[in-house]
Design a protein around this ligand. Structure first.
Ligand code: ADP
Ligand code: S3P
Ligand code: MG
Length: 168
């Protein structure tokens, strides 16, 4: 029952939000970004939630909203970079979504997220620390996703086309 539900996974800056937006438009499916959904629900930015309530609280919010994501039979979801790293969240997501890993090289992700204060986990780490986190997480994204797509292509439409091709 997961045919028409697609969730993008991957590191911060891999392009999940951008690609999911374009993919939803192309397929004419509803689009939802887990970070934006949480921000609207809490009336607070992700950065403020991390600063005022802590990461653990943010992770419980990600778990809570997972059920809401499954209401539509068709949907394209961009998850936050830590979303499917929580085991219980992953189990739920994998049961209802085609999980697509945007496998974007570290240097590309880094150039996109550097100096971006809206991503608290990136803002507080050195490049070396981010590379360690990237390498650790990449294995999990790969193992937990149904297939991978290179998210470093210039044209979003090329990434979108490859995802649609691989879903068939
Ligand atoms: N294929 C792409 N080519 C060029 N820039 C991109 C591409 N995909 C994303 N970006 C840019 O990179 C930044 C991070 O992308 P975003 O979609 O927010 O990633 P994520 O949701 O995975 O963190 C944004 O500024 C976005 O405009
Ligand atoms: O990797 C992570 O743990 C996070 C990634 C962010 O989303 P993006 O991957 O869209 O930047 C956001 O959920 C939060 O800052 C934590
Ligand atoms: Mg995003």
């Amino acid at each position: 029952m997961k045919d028409n539900r697609i969730m993008l996974t991957g590191f911060m800056g891999s392009g999940k939000t951008s690609v999911a937006t374009a993919l939803a438009r192309e397929l004419n499916y509803p689009f939802l970004d887990t970070d934006k959904y949480i921000e609207e629900r809490e009336g607070m930015s992700v950065a403020d939630i991390f600063a005022k309530r802590g990461e653990a609280y943010f992770r419980t919010l990600e778990h809570q909203i997972t059920f809401d994501l499954m209401k539509n039979f068709s949907a394209v979801i961009s998850s936050g970079g830590g979303f499917i790293l929580t085991d219980a969240v992953y189990q739920l997501a994998a049961s209802k979504f085609n999980l697509v890993f945007l496998d974007t090289p570290f240097e590309v992700c880094l150039s996109r997220i550097k100096n971006d204060k809206s991503r608290p986990l990136a803002a507080t780490r050195t490049d070396e620390e981010l590379l360690k986190l990237y390498n650790y997480r990449r294995g999990i994204y790969r193992a937990r996703s149904d297939f991978s797509v290179d998210g470093s292509k210039k044209l979003l439409s090329d990434v979108v086309d490859e995802i649609i091709h691989k879903l068939k």
